[in-house]
Write a protein that binds this ligand. Sequence first.
Ligand SMILES: [Zn+2]
Length: 261
Amino acid sequence: MESKTYLRIVALASLVSIVFTSCSTVPVTGRRQINLMSDTEVVKMTKAAFEQMKASHPISQDPRMNDWMLNVSERISQQVFWDMPLAEWEFVVFDVPGQINAFAMPGGKVGIFSGLFDLVKTEDELASVIAHEIAHVTARHTHERMSHMGIVKLGSGTSSILTGGLSGLVLDPTLTGHLAAWDRAKEAEADRIGIMYMARAGYDPNAAIAVMEKMAAMDSGAGTGQAWNSTHPSSQERLDALHSYLAEAMEEYEKAKELQF
Ligand SMILES: [Zn+2]
């Protein structure tokens, strides 16, 4: 066999094996997906990114924000244990007023910006935001995103995937709406998984609706509506979808409350 052809076959075979070994199933929704990035690679990159975040942003000393964050972190991380068994959890409140945003990374690094508390007024509401962010991780949206970029940038090296990926990884456009990154299907999936996680952790799923109502009001107040990006679901659209998950989430919430008391 000509060696070039042989090499092509080997390359194809290894790609096929990567694809087959990299299929996984999204929690709650059961969607099948392909991931070409290994957990180890992704976690290594996100760990470094989180360290960079901590070095470049002041950490909030606000007792109320940190208390809520601590409670939410304990209850939600327990709930997602089987979806992220190897997580090295770390939850940080960054002191960045005006930045209404939050993120979670594969490997268990979670950050919120103090500006989020302009929007979030109860621990349950905070739990809904954190649960949504962690849902992006357990649904492996970050892996999918990086796998996609890996395919696009194949051959240009890991560093470009890293630099190209960080802005998308670090900030969920959910709240500020300034990054046009995630497609609407992924937002919807994270909303659905998130509301179930918070409910199972004993947080009232109605708080997810309350947060989304405030975001919808912000959307219309800003006059941007849904025009700014057709791939980004409007808060109104997400609010309607959340209402359709509410009954199922309430059942989980009632069960969780029975276990707690
Ligand atoms: Zn999101």
